[in-house]
Design a binder for this molecule. Sequence first.
Ligand code: ADP
Ligand code: MG
Length: 317
Amino acid sequence: MNEFELIRRYFTRRAKDDAVLIGVGDDGAMLSPAPGRELVTVIDTLVAGVHYPVDLPAADAGFRAVAVNLSDIAAMGATPRWMTLALTLPAASREWLSDFSSGLFEAADAHGVSLVGGDTTRGSATVITVQIIGDICRDAAMQRSGARPGEAIFLTGTVGDAAAGLELLGSGGAATPRADYLIRRFARPEPPVEFGRAIAPRASAAIDLSDGLVADLGRLAAASGVRARLDVPSLPLSPQIRQQFEAGKAEAFALGGGDDYELCFVAPADREDEIMSTARSLATTVTRVGATETGSGILCVDGHDAVEAAAPGYRHF
Ligand code: ADP
Ligand code: MG
């Protein structure tokens, strides 16, 4: 199977999107943005053995490569529209490609994202880069820098599950329903794209959780020039992580573990009711976990104890 057959067989589908004027197969894609909307572009690379275990099923690798980008789109409050895929593979296995593309398209189809181009190369490791292009109304975009002192900090979903799942994967993955749940939270993240879009006009700032709550919220706080006070007992933990791990360990996953792909956002405290009703209407769970104040850094408060947190999150270099 040569490269062109591979592209045709696994990555070329009839476009269902009238805004794709030229798609896979030409030198470039030509896309027609909706009038009056701005473009948002995000890109993320997954390296086998760095971002996911090399034996992760190919369908999960494909799903995840799209999902991590959807998470960045969600954090901007944008609508995902199109994607490109750069794939480096040591070998062209039909089984791997078939599973990979089915996972990739499953995640993309759930949000109406069309694959419009890419690049395919042979290399010594599996490297998957997906870029998503989305659109948004100019005034709606959420930035990391918009939070002010005295606002409320919220999280979607639950935190720590994916890091717990990754640890379980590494230890052979006990085959219980709750271990499977945690592993699936790593393998198949489902970022709150619709919720991000709905909340964007009401939030002051947002970031998606990829490197861990303390690390990512720390970035939001630094970009906004505020200090974030986190009420640790209020962190949303899943029943599965609570049952699988003792409390201290579950909390460590929640504060320091990466790969959640949930949203952390800040909004004026008097918008809480509005935010909660938006969340209910989209079946997203949202929890208020703290507040911004003047200062810098992160303060983790647990009852009477308050400690400055400085978890670095994942660093490549
Ligand atoms: P070029 O030589 O002009 O760079 P390529 O041979 O790399 O073009 O790609 C041929 C066509 O296939 C292009 O339209 C490109 O966008 C598309 N393509 C290549 N690899 C992929 C992929 N993995 N997924 C989707 N489209 C791809
Ligand atoms: Mg060309």
